[in-house]
Design a protein around this ligand. Structure first.
Ligand code: FAD
Length: 495
């Protein structure tokens, strides 16, 4: 059998794994990365990510630690803030106060330093003009507390970090699926794997598992998320099937967090089963806040305008999945056409248009047309007319007397032409993971004792997200906990 010997073995090659490997390497040890995918498909969900990144900042100088901002840009922009308190508050609020307070505090406190560290490792960031900003009184206002994204999106981030990993001399094994931990009952000393179809062993003093959740495994989705979840489309990588979680649970690691919860969004109804790297995140449809979401019964089923999409999109995919037939149409009139995000204008989009609502109704495949028209009439009548529409703030232009209400950005659907987009549920990643020591990223066993030699990061960390999630936190979490676990694994390997 093929055998290899390293100080640290990192399983996975997404953002969390790349950060862990670079951070371990900084300790002066020999590091290898094992990637289940081929070199063409490497990079996990990180490669599919849009690339927005949420971190704590309160001043211009904080933002300048992450990217260059000229004095002119600064003078013409309103970046807002995302203070530690604001960031922590949104995580607590969206998770219904179930987030592990120590983990989320660590994430928030380390987020800005980690962004600067990513920059030092070659990542390049830009201002997030396209998706989260608008002009207000001659200034560009960034909303959603997230003014910076990585250049080139998640694919760009993976490319930057991959270049750093290669420069650092970290050894890469593609087509290498880790299958089990080498464990003598006391410490982990490597992994068993299938390398290009052949059994192999990778011995190491420490192992970092950063190989994603179980979102791409329909059997586990049904088992843990519940019946119906096998029908969701996978937004990203097809390689995250829960291998790392299984390997760790098999040796007594403690499961932690919201195992029946996940991040899932509205996604083109006829998108392929798994993500397509050439399309990236563009099958998503995040501008529903300006329109109506209609199910097969012709009814609305969520408050589309509860908050900016950043704070509802990760939850509403699951709401779409619960509807009969697992689909929903997003319906807009021409007043908001120029506010729809770029993903509404891609080549592969399931869209119908009409000049009247009566003409549109039968075009909404699978929808009860009569109920749809009634829903729109009732909604139009319920829109508050005395409040001004403003897309860059939560404008309070809501509805009165209908259920569910629409709390913001409610305008009557009355200006042709009308456009409608068919969506289903796209799963992004699962929330359930492993319990870790927050000072080291070391995996704890079911007695809450650290398992010698075993660390984890990224989607595999349990306890951070419950029910919902603020956009841009996945990449930052992967980087923060990847960096932490890599440093601790590297130090431990040095002895
Ligand atoms: C379409 C889309 C858009 C997104 N947009 C954003 C965004 O804009 N901002 C944001 O912050 N987050 C975003 N996310 C979420 C973010 O991508 C994830 O939270 C993050 O990438 C997870 O990183 P990770 O390293 O833990 O996992 P991944 O990047 O998925 O990496 C897991 C790695 O493990 C490998 N692997 C799996 N099993 C094995 C095995 N047995 N052996 C070896 N290797 C294995 C995989 O091939 C992969 O390389 C998005 C996700 C998707 C899918």
């Amino acid at each position: 059998m093929e055998k290899h010997e390293f100080d640290v073995v990192v399983v996975g090659k997404g953002n969390a794994a790349l950060c862990a490997a670079l951070s371990a390497k900084d300790q002066g040890v020999r590091v290898a990365m094992l990637e289940a995918a081929s070199e063409d498909e490497h990079g996990g969900n990180s490669r599919f990510a849009g690339g927005v990144m949420r971190f704590a900042y309160s001043t211009l100088e904080d933002l300048r630690r992450v990217t260059d901002i000229s004095d002119e840009e600064a003078a013409n922009s309103d970046f807002g803030t995302n203070t530690r308190e604001e960031f922590l508050d949104v995580i607590h609020r969206l998770t219904s106060y179930r987030t592990d307070p120590d983990l989320s505090e660590y994430l928030v406190n380390a987020s800005l330093d980690t962004m600067a560290w990513l920059r030092s490792k070659g990542a390049r960031f830009i201002l997030n003009h396209g998706r989260q900003s608008g002009m207000v009184n001659g200034k560009r206002k960034y909303f959603g507390n997230m003014p910076i994204e990585v250049n080139g999106g998640g694919a760009g981030l993976v490319q930057y970090l991959d270049a750093s990993v290669k420069k650092a001399g970290i050894e890469l094994y593609y087509d290498t699926r880790a299958t089990a931990l080498i464990y003598d009952g006391e410490r982990v000393s490597g992994v068993r794997a299938k390398h290009k179809g052949k059994a192999a062993e990778f011995h190491a003093k420490t192992v970092v598992l950063a190989c994603g959740g179980f979102e791409a495994n329909p059997e586990w989705r049904t088992r843990y998320l519940g019946p119906g979840w096998e029908l969701a489309k996978v937004r990203g990588s097809r390689f995250n099937v829960g291998d790392g979680l299984k390997m760790a649970l098999d040796i007594g690691a403690a499961p932690c967090g919201n195992w029946s919860g996940c991040h899932a969004t509205g996604w083109d109804r006829y998108a392929p089963e798994f993500g397509d790297v050439n399309v990236g995140d563009q099958f998503q449809k995040h501008s529903y806040i300006f329109g109506l979401l209609i199910n097969s019964e012709g009814r609305r089923f969520v408050d589309e305008g509860w908050d900016f999409h950043s704070f509802t999109y990760a939850k509403y995919g699951g709401e779409v999945l619960k509807q009969p037939g697992q689909f929903a149409w997003q319906v807009f009139d021409s007043k908001v056409k120029n506010l729809l995000r770029s993903e509404y204008r891609i080549k592969f989009v399931t869209k119908v248009s009409a000049n009247t609502l009566e003409e549109l109704a039968p075009k909404l495949e699978g929808v009860n047309a009569e109920n749809f028209l009634k829903t729109v009439r009732e909604y139009n009548a319920a829109v508050k007319k005395d409040v001004k529409f403003d897309h860059v703030i939560k404008d309070g232009k809501g509805t009165a007397g209908i259920d569910p209400p629409k709390s913001n950005w409610a305008q009557a659907l009355d200006t042709p032409p009308y456009d409608a987009y068919a969506t289903t549920c796209g799963i992004t990643f699962t929330f359930g993971g492993l319990r870790i020591d927050k000072d080291t990223g070391q995996v704890l066993d079911v007695n809450f004792h650290p398992i010698a030699g075993l660390y984890t990061a990224g989607e595999m960390v349990g306890g951070l997200f419950y029910f919902n999630y603020p956009s841009g936190t996945g990449l930052v979490s992967g980087a923060v906990f990847g960096r932490l676990a890599g440093a601790a694994a590297g130090k431990a390997a040095k002895g």
